[in-house]
Design a protein around this ligand. Structure first.
Ligand SMILES: Nc1ncnc2c1ncn2[C@@H]1O[C@H](COP(=O)(O)OP(=O)(O)OP(=O)(O)O)[C@@H](O)[C@H]1O
Length: 547
């Protein structure tokens, strides 16, 4: 796979087998010259055999991964370091919230009402959280009440804490303690996310909230030494955060047992259930020991939830799951000012340089379509003296982590990224997002621009619109812009409704009030197991491989 929308996973490959060795018998009575000749030919072939096998294994399975990431900081100040919520944080309260499904518990208004235990309360406060965001006000009591949940809230509005806090609270209330030094660990909660950097970020959040308690989160993801992660796991694990490939690998190796799983969380759930990861998710829930959906709590979070994915998700959830919609399902963050520049493919480079010159040293993410393009643009920007780094799936894991570290620390003010950087990453003070290439999927656009304007802060996004390549997205863009009360350029509107934009592609989303699919046009509820994916119509233009 060249990593279309479904592509993923660099180093985890299955089915690699050795080339069978040829067994040769010398004829017993052959003359000496013939035997010698045969022997020389066979020896030469044998000498070639091993290097060839090694090359074959290297090409099919990839080099053995030996990278061990630096351990996360033990220093309390850096564990709890956070950026300030912005001027629009209180405006979250004005966003319309819709909870559908039977008997939802009432929302909480303060963290005190969440009845968190002392250590958790202390850690929440040390994280700078004063009051819950809407997804937390509604999500925390729903999860605490033991209900399955599909939650949709805008980018940067605190979904991570919305699932971590009630899970950790329950584990602490039940006195969960990680079983130390065991070959096989049996976590109480499993959290999956689509990219290595995102799952690591979720792990660090879990570690922060669990600070000073007996609950031990662990993270496993590709591109890092498996042995190192096995050793880390064996020290005890209550909450296991993982990317799907590495997680399944650990389960397959007998290092993770699933019988005690009480919580299964899919962050970026729509991505976790689309073509690329859906088979892995089915393998995970079908793995030996995994409690059935009736016997575990399944929680799904994302800023976007296309209807076809909602249908699919119902397979993983109890029939009485609750659907929480904060604002418009799939809507862009209203704190991001979105502008569009019409530009041809060949003029983009100059345009980007001019743009960056005008923004000074603002922390900027530039999204491009391909991995090669990411390297190319990063090199050009470096030549132009913009401190730039890049993140994409062809870079080694240590390079990816270094790139993110340099961007976070401010050493590099520009990060050029493919779609691996689009979802979930929470980097302080990203003021500016540039879509050098627009994605071909409107949800991807929403996630990309959501790297700025987080937690009540404001941000800006500029997108280069190439009339030749991007007309299919025009109509969805117009919808997204108008729903976020942004100015819609007249040329974009014309492009959207001129007839060049295919009407069937990326149809505009419906308002949140009708977005729990179970309400549907007929108001019917889906039956378990009756759903098949209709995602084949959606493909991504990028060549990125995830995980
Ligand atoms: N109640 C709160 N008070 C202050 N800050 C908060 C609160 N909740 C979350 N935050 C902070 O807001 C930032 C964004 O949160 P988070 O990453 O969970 O957003 P998200 O909704 O998961 O975004 P995305 O859709 O991009 O994944 C984080 O830095 C987080 O620590």
């Amino acid at each position: 796979s060249r990593g279309r929308r479904g592509g993923r996973g660099g180093s985890y490959r299955q089915g690699t087998s050795l080339i069978p060795l040829v067994v040769v018998f010398y004829p017993l009575h052959a003359n000496a010259t013939l035997t010698l000749k045969l022997h020389v030919i066979i020896s030469a072939a044998c000498q070639l055999y091993l290097p060839l096998c090694a090359a074959f294994l290297f090409l099919t399975a990839g080099p053995r991964v030996t990278y061990i990431p630096p351990p996360p900081s033990e220093d309390e100040e850096s564990i709890f370091s956070h950026y300030e919520s912005g001027v629009n944080f209180d405006k979250y309260d004005e966003i319309l919230v819709d909870v559908s499904g039977t008997n939802p518990p009432p929302a909480i208004m303060t963290f005190d009402e969440a009845a968190l235990c002392e250590s958790l309360k202390r850690n929440v406060s040390k994280s700078g959280y004063v009051k819950p965001t809407p997804v937390q006000k509604h999500g925390i009591p729903i999860i605490s009440a033991g209900r399955d949940l599909m939650a949709c809230a805008q980018t940067g509005s605190g979904k991570t804490a919305a699932f971590l806090l009630p899970i950790l609270q329950q584990l602490m209330a039940d006195g969960a303690a990680a079983s130390c030094f065991s070959e096989m660990q049996e976590p109480d909660a499993i959290i999956v996310a689509p990219t290595r950097e995102l799952i690591n970020q979720i792990y660090l959040e879990a570690r922060k909230f669990a600070y000073g308690t007996c609950v031990r989160p662990v993270v496993v993801y590709g591109g890092v030494s498996t042995g190192h992660q096995i050793r880390d796991l064996s020290r005890g694990c209550n909450v296991l955060c993982g990317t799907p490939g590495r997680l399944l690998d650990m389960i397959g190796r007998g290092k993770v047992g699933l019988t005690k799983v009480r919580y299964l969380v899919l962050d970026e759930a729509d991505r976790m259930l689309d073509m690329g990861f859906e088979p892995d998710m089915r393998r995970l829930v079908g793995s030996p020991g995994m409690p059935s959906k009736e016997n575990r709590q399944t929680l799904m979070f994302s800023a976007t939830f296309p209807e076809d994915i909602q249908r699919l998700a119902a397979d993983f959830l109890k029939t009485d799951y609750l659907f929480l919609a904060v604002g418009i399902v799939g809507g862009a963050c209203s704190d991001v000012e979105q502008t569009f520049v019409q530009v041809t493919k060949f003029a983009k480079r100059e345009q980007l340089i001019d743009l960056l010159k005008s923004t000074g040293s603002e922390r900027t993410m530039v999204f491009v379509e391909t991995k090669r393009q990411a390297d190319f643009i990063a090199t050009i920007l470096c030549q132009e003296k913009f401190p730039t780094t890049s993140i994409h799936g062809d870079r080694e894991q240590w390079q990816r982590e270094q790139a993110l570290g340099d961007f976070r620390s401010g050493k590099c003010s520009v990060l050029v990224a493919t779609s691996v950087g689009a979802r979930g990453l929470d980097i302080p003070d990203v003021q500016f997002v540039v879509n050098f290439d627009l994605p071909n999927n409107i949800d991807e656009y929403v996630h990309r621009i959501g790297r700025t304007g987080r937690c009540g802060n404001t941000g800006r996004a500029v997108s280069f619109y190439d009339p030749v390549a991007d007309s299919e997205l025009a109509r969805s863009l117009v919808t997204i812009l108008s729903k976020a009360q942004q100015e819609v350029p007249s040329w974009l509107e014309e492009s959207a409704f001129s007839g060049h934009s295919p009407s069937g592609f990326n149809p505009p989303r419906k308002h949140f009030a009708s977005t729990d699919l179970r309400k549907g046009p007929q108001g019917g509820f889906f039956q378990d197991g009756s759903v098949t994916s209709q995602l084949a119509v959606q493909t991504a233009a990028d060549d990125e491989e995830w995980e």
